[in-house]
Design a protein around this ligand. Structure first.
Ligand SMILES: [Zn+2]
Length: 172
């Protein structure tokens, strides 16, 4: 493990036990020059992806639009340091690390670090919910995302032991 990561884990109280229990893969971040602003999100913040994922996303978005579907990205690239700050925020609010790690990936292990993962949401809803599977966007993605090399990473009963995430799609 690299030094920066072990330092983060020490600060957050992430132990060998947590790392052993984690069934996800370690991911690295693209270089800054390989990141591109793909859109401005609902909060007015830039939605960033790795350049190849960005190009595929734009094609997919246009194809969806031609079918009267507006794909709404909620989050894309997230740095390892951002992941760390998310967990630190929850710790500060009194949650315990074991519980936090059931919904937030250990820094270094989120697919969002690669800039290849997109979380979609429904218009008018800011949170990521299982109900996303009932939207037209989800139906469209299920039928068409594969053509653009996007795949749902965490279907029901996935082998990684992650909760069902119908909103999370990965480019590869
Ligand atoms: Zn996600």
């Amino acid at each position: 493990m690299n030094k920066a990561l072990s330092e983060i884990y020490r600060e957050l109280g992430i132990t060998e036990v947590h790392l052993k229990a984690c069934l996800l893969s370690l991911h690295s971040e693209p270089s800054l020059s390989d990141l591109k602003v793909a859109a401005i999100d609902f909060e007015g913040k830039p939605f960033v992806l790795e350049v190849n994922a960005e190009a595929a996303f734009q094609k997919m978005k246009a194809a969806a639009l031609a079918d009267q579907i507006t794909l709404m990205p909620y989050s894309g690239f997230r740095s390892i340091m951002y992941q760390k700050s998310l967990i630190a925020h929850h710790l500060k609010n009194g949650r315990v690390i074991d519980e936090i790690l059931t919904t937030i990936a250990i820094p270094g292990y989120s697919e969002h670090h690669t800039g290849h993962a997109i979380d979609f949401h429904e218009i008018g809803k800011n949170s990521l919910e299982e109900d996303f599977e009932k939207t037209e966007s989800f139906e469209w993605l299920t039928k068409n995302a594969g053509r653009f090399h996007f795949k749902m990473s965490y279907p029901r009963d996935n082998q990684q032991g992650i909760v069902y995430e119908p909103w999370h799609w990965f480019f590869s």
